[in-house]
Design a protein around this ligand. Structure first.
Ligand code: HEC
Length: 167
């Protein structure tokens, strides 16, 4: 069952890759197996455009900032995600693999501190990955990029850590 599902997903991936290359006006792959167009990295696979500026907003709105810091803003429960600490250049899959290695601790802490586990689309993860490797975009990161409810949660958690009475 699972195998059949995966095959379908792979097929779909391939179709999306081909459609994207056609609508982008790029060279149309005549053979599904042999040729790749601009952002197709392998047969049936394409990479999204990675937008570090949008990643900056997602770093706040997806609540990564609750535990990880950038530009001295954010929680201290987890490793800092400063661009200068990343391999430059980094294969984005290495970043995803790092997240995977931290997954167990992240899931436990996210349930505890956020009440839920963060959900992301592939494009959102791509944008966050770009942000995490972009020093210039990180320098722009400020508390104004963090939505009000996430800021309140951070204040609440900080007060709890300090043992200060709060609501
Ligand atoms: C509730 C807390 C929490 C949130 C929210 C959170 N993380 Fe984490 N994350 C952790 C912890 C704790 C670890 C460390 C796990 C370990 O050391 O094994 C970690 C590890 C990581 C690592 C591996 C770091 C390394 O140097 O090995 C990456 C990358 C990462 N997180 C990215 C993210 C991203 C991106 C988001 C937002 C989409 C996010 N995290 C949200 C707690 C969190």
């Amino acid at each position: 069952m699972v195998v059949i599902k995966n095959k379908k997903a792979l097929l779909l991936c391939g179709l999306i890759g081909v459609t994207a290359s056609i609508s982008g006006g790029a060279a149309i792959a005549t053979s599904h197996t042999a040729q790749t167009s601009d952002n197709m990295v392998a047969s049936g696979l394409s990479l999204p455009r990675m937008d570090a500026a949008n990643g900056r907003l997602l770093f706040g709105s997806k609540a990564c900032v609750v535990c990880h810091s950038v530009n001295s803003i954010g929680g201290e429960d987890a490793p800092m995600l400063a661009a200068e600490l990343m391999d430059q250049p980094m294969n984005p899959f290495d970043f995803a693999a790092k997240m995977w290695r931290g997954a167990e601790a992240m899931v436990i802490l996210q349930r505890e501190e956020l009440g839920n586990v963060i959900q992301m689309s592939g494009k959102e993860l791509a944008d966050i990955t770009a942000f995490v490797h972009d020093r210039q975009e990180q320098a722009k990161f400020s508390t104004a990029d963090i939505p009000e409810d996430i800021r309140e949660l951070m204040d609440h958690l900080e007060a709890e850590d300090l043992g200060v009475p709060h609501d």
